[in-house]
Design a protein. Structure first.
Ligand code: C2E
Ligand code: MG
Ligand code: MG
Length: 507
């Protein structure tokens, strides 16, 4: 609980002792002056008593006033955020509780800035503070006199409104705020892009919700906005809670599944675009859930990422894949790496240990990262990738064509390989615009000295298209699906036999 401690410690004893001492001293001084000046006889004792009481009352009054002013100041500070001057979380709880006593709707918006951490990392905390103050100004100006705004701490703000259609008006205010934040803010000649993710919730007269529950709901809705791609508002919905519960269950299952050895790896071969020889394999995680509903990596990997379980799981993948690939000669091994792993300072150290312990040649290992992985924290990502490259391990950009990777982005990270996403390959076969985009991506990758792999090739037409466009490797169901390690052993043995003098291909 919040406690206010008075700096002067004006206890009731203080309120008696200090004025008594001051008034005794002053009355004594007055009596002494009267004796010295010879007027003691003419001054009556009762007059002296009245003077003493008056001085006592005066001192009491002055002390009381300054004490109350201090207490009021401290109370203000207890409900005000010092950086922005906005009311804080305590004020928000108080206001929601007070407004809920009326018969009107109370609407709450939770506003969380996107990528504020990067601003702190890039420009330092002083600029971060300026940015928070600037955003507070924007939020205050958008809310105007209609909604009250708050800073809850860090990069989190809130706005509250009451009235018959408070929710609708507040949503409008939030949309205006998102529009404003769509343009980078200018701070000390720097143009800093800041977005926001917003969660909304309401409490009505027939369904009153406590302030702490309103905050929780707005927070859950805000989280959905973040997951949905940021820069949006989302209204709280009861299904979000059920979804959260499901996510928590899967998280527990993953934890138990790691210990129980329920995870395994499948390997999908990548072939040379010209002679269709297997030149690489990509390790893809599989989860045997027994009789429970099956879950693919697109479902369980994001949950493992959010919970941090991707760190032990990802290390298991790496070690297992490297151990399997030791049997496959000069075939390149590709392993997918999540953003959370890349952000983990331990990751390059563990990778180095795996390479050393297994003796796997680093130049045959390729780590696949996605654009979102790097955009989230480019400075940290660049540092980690540099360490990884110093081992001789190569980096591939996965799922290219699904995000917004720019030329600058590709130059900055100097990937050794670009993997064109299945969606781009598929569309290039039917749509001229997508084909032009695919061709220019391949030309750009070539100019930057990167290899290019087309993913998800399912038809001969697609294979011919990407080969002519300049892709050097092809991955897709047209050639191979993801297979157990034992099947890869067999395929590689067959391929090696065929390539040996006297084998089919050599013949
Ligand atoms: P990805 O890295 O882009 O992997 C390629 C995905 O495309 C795989 O799906 C693969 O089975 C599928 N695929 C390949 N060829 C075709 C095709 O011709 N047609 C179609 N329709 N699909 C094709 P999968 O195995 O379900 O993996 C999905 C994603 O999960 C992967 O996408 C990757 O992002 C992630 N993932 C899988 N294993 C791991 C892992 O060990 N660690 C991490 N961090 N992510 C992983
Ligand atoms: Mg991949
Ligand atoms: Mg991919």
């Amino acid at each position: 609980m919040f406690k206010v401690k008075h700096p002067l410690h004006l206890t009731s004893a203080g309120l008696v002792v200090i004025p008594m001492t001051v008034s005794s001293l002053m009355t004594g001084a007055l009596a002494l002056a009267l004796v010295v000046t010879g007027s003691w006889a003419s001054a009556s004792k009762s007059a002296l008593m009245i003077v003493a009481v008056l001085i006592y009352a005066l001192v009491l009054f002055i002390l009381g006033r300054s004490g109350f002013a201090n207490i009021r100041g401290l109370e203000m500070r207890a409900v005000t955020d010092p950086l922005t001057g906005l009311p804080n979380r305590h004020a928000l709880h108080d206001d929601i509780t007070r407004l809920s006593r009326s018969g009107d709707e109370v609407a709450l918006a939770m506003i969380d800035l996107d990528s504020f951490k990067q601003v702190n990392d890039h420009y330092g905390h002083a600029v971060g503070d300026l940015l928070i103050a600037r955003c507070a100004q924007e939020i205050r100006s958008v809310c105007g006199g209609e909604a009250r705004c708050y800073r809850l701490g860090g990069d989190e703000f809130a706005a509250v409104m009451t009235g018959k259609v408070a929710g609708t008006i507040l949503e409008g205010i939030c949309r205006t705020l998102l529009e404003r934040l769509g343009t980078p803010l200018t701070l000390d000649h720097r143009h800093i892009p800041v977005g926001a993710s917003i969660g909304l919730t309401r409490s009505t007269a027939d369904n009153r919700i406590a302030s702490s529950e309103m905050l929780r709901r707005a927070d859950v809705a805000m989280d959905m906005s973040k997951r949905g791609g940021k820069m949006r508002c989302t209204w709280f919905n009861e299904s979000f809670d059920r979804r959260r519960e499901r996510v928590r269950e899967i998280e527990e299952d993953i934890r138990a599944g790691i210990t129980a050895g329920e995870f395994s790896l499948a390997y999908q071969p990548l072939v040379d675009a010209d002679d269709k020889r297997i030149v690489a394999v990509e390790a893809l995680l599989r989860w045997d859930r027994g009789t429970r509903d099956p879950l693919g990596p697109n479902v369980f990997i994001p949950i493992a990422e959010d919970s941090g379980l991707i760190n032990p799981l990802g290390m298991w993948v790496l070690r297992q894949a490297v151990c399997d690939a030791l049997r496959w000669g000069d075939i390149t091994l590709s392993v997918n790496i999540s953003a959370a792993q890349l952000r983990n300072a331990e990751f390059p150290i563990r990778l180095g240990e795996v390479l050393e312990e297994t003796g796997f040649p680093p130049h045959q290992l390729e780590l696949e990262v996605t654009e979102t992985c790097l955009v989230l924290d480019p400075v940290v990502a660049e540092r980690t990738l540099d360490v990884i490259r110093s081992f001789g391990v190569r980096i591939a950009l996965d799922d290219f064509g699904t995000g917004y990777a720019s030329i600058g982005f590709l130059r900055r990270f100097r990937f050794e390989k670009l993997k064109l996403d299945r969606s781009l390959v598929e569309l290039a076969g039917v749509d001229d615009g997508s084909r032009a985009m695919m061709l220019s991506s391949i030309a750009l990758a070539r100019a930057l000295d990167m290899g290019v792999t087309a993913e998800g090739v399912e038809t001969e037409e697609q294979a011919e298209l990407v080969r002519l466009a300049g892709c050097d490797q092809i991955q897709g169901w047209l050639y191979y699906r993801a297979l157990p390690a034992g099947e890869i052993d067999r395929l590689i043995a067959e391929q090696n036999a065929a390539l040996r003098p006297g084998g089919e291909r050599a013949a």
